[in-house]
Design a protein around this ligand. Structure first.
Ligand SMILES: [Cu+2]
Length: 189
């Protein structure tokens, strides 16, 4: 038995802060619109309910200004999120040319890593702070999922296909290296 993941893990890589900000902004936007719409439905249902059997609703004309706002406000918000997310994604997809190359092989139930000089480690990955690291990963058996929550680093590792990830650690520390598809690895710590 071990501890589960904290709700707000340490931010220990260069992308951790931006990823958290993006997720928080999207969560706040989603909550604002979901609660706002649900709340207004309830208010309007009560406020504009039919009060007598012969009551006829007032005729409502189009409001182009209102329609314009209904289109533009969500469009601008969505495009803003899209722009920030795409820039972040492109950063995360393009390893810097000076990155340290580390090979990762997954199998039930371990991560085997090999450094450029040839040393190997099992279930541990030692990297310098402040230097980009590129992982080239493959699986020997099933689909695994390389996951370092404190780095906001997460990618499937497949048999028969190389996947890559890169990151740059920003704080000295010991961080959990998980396979998010293996319950045993996820919880045993
Ligand atoms: Cu796995």
């Amino acid at each position: 038995m071990g501890s589960t993941l904290p709700l707000f893990p340490t931010e220990a890589s260069t992308v951790a802060g931006p990823v958290d900000t993006l997720v928080l902004v999207m969560l706040v936007l989603a909550l604002f619109f979901a609660l706002g719409i649900a709340g207004l439905i309830i208010v309007f249902v009560i406020k504009y309910r039919r009060r007598s059997d012969d009551q006829v609703p007032a005729e409502i004309r189009d409001s182009h200004r209102l329609e314009f706002a209904f289109i533009m406000v969500p469009l601008i918000l969505a495009m803003g999120v899209y722009y920030v997310a795409t820039r972040l994604y492109m950063t995360m997809e393009a390893p810097p040319p000076n990155a340290i190359d580390i090979d990762v092989v997954a199998r039930q139930w371990m991560w085997s890593v090999q450094y450029p000089q040839g040393q190997q480690e099992i279930d541990e990955l030692h990297v310098p702070v402040g230097e980009p690291v590129r992982l080239t990963m493959i699986s020997q058996d099933v689909i695994h999922d390389f996951y370092v929550p404190d780095f906001r680093l997460h990618a499937d590792v497949l048999p028969g296909r190389y996947t890559t990830l890169w990151f740059q650690a920003t704080q000295v520390g010991t961080y959990r290296l998980l396979c998010s598809l293996s319950p045993a690895k996820f919880f045993d710590e």
